[in-house]
Design a protein around this ligand. Structure first.
Ligand SMILES: O=c1[nH]cnc2c1ncn2[C@H]1C[C@H](O)[C@@H](CO)O1
Ligand SMILES: [Zn+2]
Length: 361
């Protein structure tokens, strides 16, 4: 079937589990906030700045990709900056047809101008609330849940885990670790993960992006991750092809599929960091065919020049996926969300299924 166009995907209800707040700023906002705080940018023309981010992130290495965040994190050091960025994030996602989003950021990166961790979280939460209220008034309601990230090279994961639990009834729905993967295994933060498990809290771990199976194995079998951030290298534990009828899953891949552990796949981001060669060759095709719990995500909309609708349009074009597949991806994401079961079900039954019923015809 013909690929579904991006403009047709925008109004379809979508759920997004892996989106970084500091990877999704509007270029014009960066320019304005940078002028206000005296931060020097590569260019002050918003269009050129947007192109700069995509080109600089297109580096083939996760470490170099991450260097671009210096310019977004620099303008997110004040209550005003954080509030504005969070508000615009909610508005931009809602305008793209995202009805449920989990947005993550690392509070420890926003203390350079004297804010406390609590002040950072309060400012971001207020920004999301303002953005969601405005989006609802515009007829595009969105629910935003926050994930607090700890940086895997740093040593604040226990503190951030405790912060997450403290804000669990105030908008924070989960915890994550991010940053350079090679050399920083998730087991460095075992205390934090054990604490979160004792608290019956939810967490995902960036694993299997720039580093392979050992990182995924640790994230699941040592740390107890509910979901895998990326997890794309799980294909290293799969041999054969679906067409050849000779697919064999290794023990880890079989475990992930059997347990329905959600994979937060981010196709465009993976191409930029070298984790996948192209959309057409992205392992998401195989993982979909093998019925893993696949979800599609943006990771960093600014660095990838992308949106949820664009990621889906790229997949529709590369794999011939139609509305049935897009609905499957969306329901997979909603089933895997960190909000309570009854609330997930309500969004699936009241928003997602009726939305796709119209499109499926
Ligand atoms: O794809 C990613 N892998 C690992 N770390 C990442 C990725 N995207 C963003 N980050 C880092 C950079 C941000 O400053 C941090 C918190 O959002 O998370
Ligand atoms: Zn990420």
């Amino acid at each position: 079937m013909a690929a579904i166009a991006l403009t047709d995907i925008v109004p379809a209800p979508k759920a997004l589990l892996h989106d970084h707040l500091d990877g999704g700023l509007r270029p014009a906002t960066i320019v304005e906030l940078a002028a206000a705080v005296g931060h020097e940018l590569p260019t002050t023309d918003p269009a050129a700045l947007g192109e700069w981010f995509v080109a600089a992130a297109d580096s083939g290495s996760l470490e170099r990709y991450l260097e671009t965040f210096a310019h977004t994190v620099a303008v997110m050091q004040t209550v005003e900056g954080l509030h504005r960025v969070a508000k615009e994030c909610a508005l931009d996602l809602a305008a793209d047809g995202v009805v449920y989003a989990e947005v993550r950021y690392a509070p420890e990166q926003h203390l350079e101008r004297g804010l406390t961790l609590d002040e950072v979280v309060d400012a971001v939460n207020a920004g999301f609330a303002a953005g969601a209220a405005e989006a609802a008034a515009q007829g595009t309601p969105i629910r935003v849940g926050v994930l607090l990230t700890a940086m895997r090279h740093a040593a604040r994961s226990q503190e951030i885990a405790e912060l997450s639990v403290r804000y669990r009834d105030a908008g924070v729905v989960g915890f994550d670790i991010a940053g350079a993967e090679a050399g920083f295994p998730p087991t460095r933060h075992l205390d934090a993960f054990e604490y979160l498990q004792r608290e019956n809290f939810h967490f995902t771990i960036h694993a299997g992006e720039a580093f392979g199976l050992p990182s995924i194995w640790q994230a699941i079998q040592w740390c107890g991750a509910d979901r895998l951030g990326h997890g794309v290298r799980l294909v290293d534990d799969i041999t054969g092809t679906v067409a050849g009828g000779d697919v064999v899953l290794g023990r880890l891949a079989a475990y992930v599929r059997d347990k329905r552990i959600p994979l937060e796949l981010c196709p465009s981001s993976n191409i930029q960091t070298g984790a996948a060669p192209s959309i057409a060759e992205h392992p998401i095709g195989l993982l979909h065919d093998l019925r893993f719990r696949v979800t599609v995500n943006t990771d960093n909309r600014l660095m990838s020049g992308t949106s949820m609708s664009r990621e889906m349009a790229l997949l529709s074009e590369a794999f011939g996926w139609g509305w049935a597949e897009l609905q499957w991806l969306t329901i997979n994401a909603m089933k895997s969300a960190f909000i309570p079961y009854d609330e997930r079900l309500a969004i699936i039954n009241d928003v997602i299924k009726p939305g796709y019923a119209k499109l499926l015809g």
